[in-house]
Structure formats: structure tokens, C-alpha cells
Design a protein around this ligand. Structure first.
Ligand code: ASP
Length: 352
């Protein structure tokens, strides 16, 4: 009788242990849910350590940290992902380091034409502007289009009129002048006189392809589980004919959907438009049940690369897990989780 009782107790103990193991395994497999999270990029391209001075590298790192920490604080204090995206991008737009607003590249005529977009993952509402020349912070105008118009994408003079009507901060176009971006345009124009090169050569000509880095983007997840994404750029140096890249195109440069992920792109815009890069990542998660990691790897390393496009993305899934995928030598990038842990990178995976 005593033996039977012991045997019974042993059996109960074994069943309990098995259950505990199963629970541990399940917990281990479940994606970790961040309370909130934020991720940014400051452009992708041939960014090599040997071409970087220590002081410039330090300046990039400091500005990326300042920007992401601004968004982090907003999210930590219960602010919305849309607000975090806007304010974080504002910091990079106001810096001459990035090809966005203050540091924007020049078009063929020597004008800075700015593109931006923002998307709300909770409602799938979106706003975008293209080719504006006097708006200090283009991402703010994109937000205004989203929230205070019945449209998604406004361009050129019309977008500028809308900005004036809505009280968006305007500046004289000379505000966007920076000597190094101007010199970059002159180098390309000089070269154009001799050889025949096209705007797309900005990306493939080894002499000039480094003249355009620094589109900026941000994706945030707030405490209410809402994702938002935004992107802001000056486009490509020497662009002509009112060329518009992927940055203001919803589904290419920017996408956010609470059910899947938020994405901001940077790189050779024409390919990101043709590949519908940002939406493709979301669609692979929605329809094929892929993880963010698998979807971003497929879209950037396989599909975009096969098409001949170069660049990268930053993205968050609805758990707050990050992805920073690029097929170029480098991408300015940073991520912060809800614990305030910062991951920051510039060069290829093993170089940082
Ligand atoms: N994607 C931007 C454009 O094509 C440029 C960039 O991200 O570097 O306008």
C-alpha cells in the first residue's frame, strides 16, 4: 500500500514536471512583446569606415542617438507612435548631416525639392507630399495632409499653398543651402559636361554615387499597440523633370499596419517603387504568415537585389521586434526597446 502511494506520488511529480517543461518551451517560442519600441534610419549606400573621419562618425552617432531618444521619451510617457515618428524625423530634418530638409541634395536646376510621407498603422490613414521647396519640416506637412485633407498625396505648388493655408512653417528656399551638397551637384554637372550620365548614375557611377546619402525614416510602436511609419528626403542629386522617388509613395517608401508591421525605406527609389517594397513586406506577413525577419530578408536580399535595386529598410513588427535589412555597404540606423537599450550601427554587420 505504501509502495503504491509512493508510485502514485512519483507519477504526479513526473506529469507536473512535463507540464512545466511544455510551458517553458511555449513561452520561449512566443515572440517577445515590447511595451513600445522605436527604430530609425538615416540613409543607406556605400558607407565605409575607411572613408569616414572619427569626428564625422561621432557626429552621425550623436545625431542618431538624439533623434531616437526624443522619440523614445515620447513613447515612454504614453505619447502616440505618430507623434514619436514626427518629432524624431524633425530632429534629423533639422540637421545638415542627412539628405532631408536642411541637408537636402540639389536637383539639376540647383533647387532643393523635398518629399515625405507618414502612415498610421491603426487606421491605414496616410499623408504624403512631393517636390516642395519652402517647407521647413516636410514630415509635418505630410501629417497635415493625412489629418486635415481628404487627400493622400499633394505635390509642388499645390502642396505649398496647402502648407501656407494650414499654417505650416515655411522658409526661404535658401534655408536648405549647404555647401557640401552644392559642391556635390557641381561635381556631377561638371562630369555631365564631359560624359553622358543620367540621374540614375547617382546610384551606380562610382565617382558620384556617394553624393546623396541620408534620407531619414522612423517606425514606432506605442503603448496602445499602434504602429506608425514616416520617411523624409531630398531625393537624388541632379534629379530632373520633377522626378519623385519612393519616399512619398505609400507602399514603397513608407507603410504601417497594426496587423503586421511598419516600414521606412531608403535607397534607389525607382526600384523601391517597382518592388512595392514596404507593402510587400507587410503582405508577406499577412498572406504568407512570415515573420518580419523572413519577410524583410526576402524582399531586400532576394527580390530587390534580383531587380537590381540597392538600399535598405528599417521595420518593426507589432510585437516591437526590429529589422534593419540592407544590401548596401552601410546604413545609418538605430533601435531602442522598451527597456531603453540602444542598438546603433553605420557599416555592414561585422564592421560596427
Ligand atoms: N529613396 C530616395 C529616393 O529615391 C533616396 C534615398 O533614400 O537615398 O528619392
Amino acid at each position: 500500500m505504501k509502495n503504491l502511494l509512493l508510485l502514485f506520488l512519483l507519477l504526479v511529480f513526473m506529469v507536473a514536471c512535463k507540464q512545466e517543461n511544455t510551458e517553458i518551451k511555449t513561452a520561449h517560442n512566443a515572440p517577445e512583446q515590447q511595451d513600445f519600441a522605436i527604430i530609425i534610419h538615416g540613409g543607406a549606400g556605400t558607407i565605409l569606415k575607411e572613408n569616414m573621419t572619427d569626428s564625422l562618425e561621432a557626429a552621425y552617432k550623436a545625431k542618431l542617438s538624439e533623434a531616437i531618444k526624443t522619440g523614445y521619451e515620447i513613447l515612454k510617457n504614453g505619447g502616440t507612435s505618430l507623434e514619436a515618428v514626427q518629432r524624431t524625423i524633425n530632429i534629423m530634418e533639422d540637421s545638415p548631416l542627412f539628405n532631408s530638409a536642411k541637408g537636402a541634395v540639389f536637383n539639376h536646376e540647383g533647387v532643393n525639392e523635398l518629399d515625405a510621407s507618414i502612415m498610421d498603422g491603426a487606421t491605414l490613414n496616410a499623408g504624403a507630399i512631393a517636390g516642395v521647396t519652402n517647407v521647413k519640416n516636410p514630415i509635418n506637412l505630410a501629417y497635415e495632409v493625412m489629418t486635415n485633407s481628404e487627400h493622400v498625396l499633394l505635390s509642388g505648388k499645390g502642396a505649398e499653398t496647402f502648407a501656407a493655408e494650414k499654417g505650416i512653417e515655411l522658409v526661404d528656399p535658401s534655408y536648405f543651402f549647404t555647401q557640401n551638397r552644392y559642391d556635390a551637384l557641381q561635381r556631377i554637372l561638371e562630369r555631365e559636361k564631359n560624359d553622358s550620365i543620367t540621374a540614375a548614375s547617382t546610384f551606380i557611377d562610382p565617382f558620384i554615387k556617394d553624393e546623396k546619402f541620408g534620407t531619414v525614416g522612423c517606425v514606432a510602436l506605442d503603448k496602445n499597440g499602434n504602429l506608425a511609419a514616416g520617411t523624409s528626403t531630398g531625393g537624388m542629386t541632379n534629379k530632373r523633370y520633377n522626378r519623385i522617388g519612393d519616399s512619398p509613395i505609400i507602399g514603397s517608401g513608407t507603410y504601417a499596419n497594426n496587423a503586421t508591421c511598419g516600414v521606412s525605406s531608403t535607397g534607389w527609389g525607382e526600384y523601391f517603387i517597382r518592388g512595392q517594397v514596404a507593402y510587400d513586406i507587410s503582405a508577406q506577413m499577412e498572406y504568407a504568415g512570415k515573420s518580419l525577419k523572413d519577410a524583410t530578408h526576402n524582399v531586400i536580399q532576394e527580390k530587390l537585389t534580383k531587380l537590381g535595386g540597392t538600399g535598405g529598410i528599417v521595420a518593426l513588427d507589432h510585437y516591437g521586434n526590429p529589422s534593419m535589412e540592407f544590401n548596401t555597404e552601410g546604413m545609418y540606423r538605430a533601435y531602442m526597446n522598451d527597456q531603453g537599450e540602444l542598438t546603433l550601427g553605420i557599416y555592414g554587420e561585422n564592421e560596427d
